[in-house]
Design a protein around this ligand. Sequence first.
Ligand SMILES: [Fe+2]
Ligand SMILES: [Fe+2]
Length: 228
Amino acid sequence: MINEYQSAEVFGALAQQAERLGLATTVVDQLREFEREERRHGVLCGGVVEALGGEARADVTAPRRLPEHPGSAPLEAFLRNVLSVSCLSETVAVALIGAERLEMPDGPLRERLSRIWADEVGHARFGWRVAQELLPLLDQAARTRLSLYLRVALRHLELHELAHLPLESRPPAAGAALGLCSGPDARVLLYAAIDEAILPQLEALGLSAHAAWATRFSADSLLAAASY
Ligand SMILES: [Fe+2]
Ligand SMILES: [Fe+2]
């Protein structure tokens, strides 16, 4: 519920960035729709909390910030965020939610998760499509910088996901029966999604994704992160 709410903020900020950049209204409108969808996901998740007897209340004091990348040209800055948010995070979300959905018995909970999953597929596809359309507008130097930025984005993705998939997280039998995944299993899926879906697709876009992944913890990559 909290994650979905924070994702709504991120897509809202991305829509503003696209608008400032003067991108087609279809792109801006899609991002605003994603913002609404993520908010709806939060409500759907909150409904599950309430249905299970909990209280769907949370303090979200620190909104998830979308980096401005002030040192980059506007289109390059936008593409950094599209790659990080849509191509990386949303693609991982599709894999993780898709796996939970497969484990889930038929019923209202599965229907609800299927609706969320379908939207997440749209969020990921948007990123891959927009990256394919906009990357050719950049010169070679900018594409090289984007490949270097991928070290930062991939490291952030990995650390963020691992923090949310603790190794000791093993749902009780009742939870497992509803499709809740174990932390260790989800981590295997995370790395498979990166290896088999994300890195090859980034390479197909002409970015040096494998090199970025291999050097995500290198000293100059950590130094570069300080300026983002
Ligand atoms: Fe979502
Ligand atoms: Fe999403």
